[in-house]
Every structure is written in structure tokens, then in C-alpha cells.
Design a protein around this ligand. Structure first.
Ligand SMILES: Cc1cc2nc3c(=O)[nH]c(=O)nc-3n(C[C@H](O)[C@H](O)[C@H](O)COP(=O)(O)OP(=O)(O)OC[C@H]3O[C@@H](n4cnc5c(N)ncnc54)[C@H](O)[C@@H]3O)c2cc1C
Length: 335
């Protein structure tokens, strides 16, 4: 009986089996969430930790894996008091800490939101959830190249994460596209695993750190090509086997045989589901100052997806704590 009432009030699932599943995960106390957090990166998980410790029910929605960008980071060396830690271990540590506080993490992508009323709504493929407040902690995602074949071979030789997928291409010839720190780091990482790495840079110089560039140049199995545009990623059957590139000066297309292409051309926010209600800047970042309050009462933002100058783990976590603290104040003021 309890289940039926909760399900009707809280979860308008597409079918009863799904409603049952969600109820079994969340239980009765989550009929109307105090705070729903979108994104289980450092910002979202820190917000959940603070909210739970303040005595509020918190559920985190994650479309991929918890830890966010950190989960696919090789090593973190600038998190104070932790000299060196792998991204995977860092993510696992926060996850365990948060879970111990009773936070639920649902591996569901939030596909739509309704932020118009006092009760905010979140829609996923499994159903509709209701919460008194929302923290947007959606981070940033890797930018796409937009060339022919990129979509088709995504996950079949086209990758946006060298540390995640590099090992699949041991002793193979691969390409990295990009001219920033991530591209340089990816090239160095892959050079330890793969037979050869061709680093394709669109401009006549790299944007990344000089010491990384020097390391890249010192490696025999990395070939650096400037002024290069990727026209096409192609393959035989299901997997990548070549790319077609154009040298901007020679204007001549060339085909290179590679088994994988790692795209590292920057990051961008993905806040389109909020754009009707929440003010975004021209690049799509959520507009909010250090208070992490958005233009909509009860909706807060934390981490890389907020308009800011420094996007790092410490700043994302700081935002998470501030956003959760403001959730506390908001909820207390509503009582
Ligand atoms: C290769 C690399 C190396 C880095 N190294 C360091 C470092 O050494 N030190 C450092 O301080 N920083 C480093 N950073 C930056 C750091 O990882 C980020 O600043 C930090 O992860 C930001 O945290 P976040 O929680 O704001 O966002 P993210 O980590 O991006 O997490 C956001 C999460 O939200 C999820 N999400 C998005 N939309 C939805 C949706 N609609 N529904 C459900 N879930 C959703 C995403 O899947 C993601 O898991 C690195 C980044 C990269 C890419």
C-alpha cells in the first residue's frame, strides 16, 4: 500500500515494473526529495555530502560513471593534502564517503526538467522525480570534431578519453587530434602503449605547456603535424582503419592508416535542458556568482558548468559545498 501511494505521488513511471524498481532503490523517505543533484562529479558528490550531513534527503543522478571527468584522469597531483592519487581511486573515495552518509546515486540521465513551480521536476527514461531544490552539477563534456565518420565510429576507434581506451590499441598506430594540454598528455600516454602516435594540430603551434611539448618532441614514436585538419575518419567494417587529413598550406588530402583516433579539442558545457528557465552565457555555462545561486529560486549550480575562471577539482568541490549550504538556507526559509 505504502509503495503504491509513494509511487503515485513521487514517480510517474512508464510502467509498474519500473516504478517498483525505483521504489525499491529509493524507499519511502524519498517521496519528495529535499535536493536532487544532477551530475556525480566532484561538485555533485561534494554537494550531496554536505546536504546529507545537514540532514536532508539527497539523490544524485548520473548518466555515465561517478567521479565525472576525474574518473578518467590518469593522476591527480594538485589536490591539497593528497600528493598523488589516480583519478579512479579519487572517485571511489568520494563515492564511498557519500554513500556512507545515506546518499542515493541513480545511474540515470536527466533528459528534461520543469523548474517552473515550487516543486521541481526531473525526467529520466525511468520516470519523473520531484524535489524541493535542484543543484546543477553537470560539468563539461568533450567537444566533438564534426568530421565525416566521427559519429559512426564513436566507441569503435573514435575515443574522447585516452586513459580510458588507450589500452585497447596496444602496439597499434593511432592519432590524437588537438593542440592543448590534454592532447599533448594523451599523445604521451598513448606513446607508452601504442606503436606510433600521430598528433594532429590545426594551428601552426600548440596551446599546451612548453614542457609537455618538449616531452612530445623527445619521443621517437610521436609524429607532430601542424596546420592539419581531419576531413574524415573511415574504416573497414565496424572499426577505424584510416583518417583523411588536409595540410592547410599544401591543400592536399592525405590518407593515414590508424586503428584509433583520440579527439582532445576541448570541453564544453551541455546545459540545453535548462536553457528555457536558467540564464546561460554565450558558451552555455550557467550564470551564477560565487553564491552558486541561479536566476531561479531553489535551483543552484556547482562546478565546471558554472561560468567561472578556474575549472579544477578544488573549485568544483568548493562550489558543491557552497551550493549545498545555500540549499540548507533555502529549505530552512521555506519551513
Ligand atoms: C583529462 C583531465 C585531467 C584533469 N586533471 C585534473 C587535475 O589533475 N586536477 C584538477 O584539479 N582538475 C583536473 N581536471 C579537471 C577536473 O576534473 C574538473 O574540474 C572537475 O571534474 C569538475 O567537476 P564537476 O563535478 O564540476 O564536473 P564533471 O567532473 O564534469 O562531472 C559532471 C558529471 O555530470 C554528469 N552529467 C552531465 N549531464 C548529466 C545529465 N543530464 N544527467 C545525469 N548526469 C549528467 C556527467 O556524466 C559527469 O559525470 C582534469 C580534467 C580532465 C578532463
Amino acid at each position: 500500500m505504502n509503495f503504491i501511494i509513494s509511487s503515485i505521488i513521487f514517480i510517474k513511471s512508464k510502467n509498474l515494473i519500473l516504478a517498483l524498481k525505483i521504489y525499491s532503490i529509493l524507499g519511502d523517505e524519498f517521496c519528495l526529495l529535499d535536493v536532487a543533484i544532477i551530475g556525480a562529479g566532484p561538485a555533485g558528490l561534494t554537494a550531496a555530502l554536505y546536504a546529507a550531513r545537514a540532514g536532508f534527503s539527497a539523490v544524485v543522478f548520473e548518466r555515465n560513471i561517478y567521479g565525472g571527468q576525474v574518473a578518467s584522469t590518469n593522476e591527480v597531483e594538485n589536490y591539497p593534502a593528497v600528493e598523488r592519487i589516480s583519478g579512479a581511486e579519487f572517485s571511489m573515495n568520494i563515492y564511498n564517503q557519500v554513500i556512507k552518509q545515506g546518499v542515493k546515486i541513480l545511474l540515470e540521465e536527466v533528459k528534461d526538467v520543469d523548474l517552473s513551480g515550487n516543486v521541481k521536476k526531473l525526467i529520466t527514461d525511468l520516470g519523473e522525480y520531484e524535489a524541493k531544490t535542484i543543484i546543477i552539477a553537470t560539468g563539461v563534456k568533450r567537444r566533438k570534431l564534426g568530421c565525416k565518420g566521427e559519429e559512426k565510429f564513436s566507441g569503435r576507434g573514435v575515443s574522447y578519453c585516452a586513459t580510458c581506451d588507450g589500452a585497447f590499441f596496444k602496439d597499434k598506430d593511432v592519432a590524437v587530434v588537438g593542440g592543448g594540454n590534454t592532447a599533448l598528455e594523451d599523445a604521451l600516454f598513448l606513446a607508452n602503449i601504442c606503436k606510433s602516435v600521430t598528433l594532429l594540430v590545426r594551428k601552426d603551434r600548440v596551446r599546451g605547456e612548453k614542457f609537455l611539448l618538449e616531452s612530445v618532441k623527445s619521443r621517437n614514436n610521436i609524429k607532430l603535424r601542424y596546420n592539419t585538419i581531419v576531413n574524415e575518419i573511415g574504416g573497414v567494417g565496424e572499426t577505424v582503419s584510416f583518417i583523411k587529413i588536409v595540410d592547410k598550406n599544401l591543400e592536399k588530402e592525405k590518407k593515414i592508416e590508424v586503428s584509433a583516433v583520440f579527439i582532445a579539442i576541448g570541453l564544453e558545457p551541455d546545459n540545453s535542458i535548462f536553457s528555457d528557465a536558467i540564464k546561460l552565457d554565450d558558451s552555455g555555462y550557467v550564470l551564477a556568482d560565487e553564491s552558486c545561486k541561479t536566476n531561479v529560486a531553489g535551483v543552484f549550480v556547482a562546478g565546471d558548468t558554472r561560468q567561472k575562471n578556474l575549472r579544477q577539482i578544488v573549485t568544483a568541490m568548493s562550489d558543491g559545498a557552497i551550493a549545498a549550504n545555500n540549499v540548507t538556507q533555502y529549505l530552512n526559509s521555506q519551513m
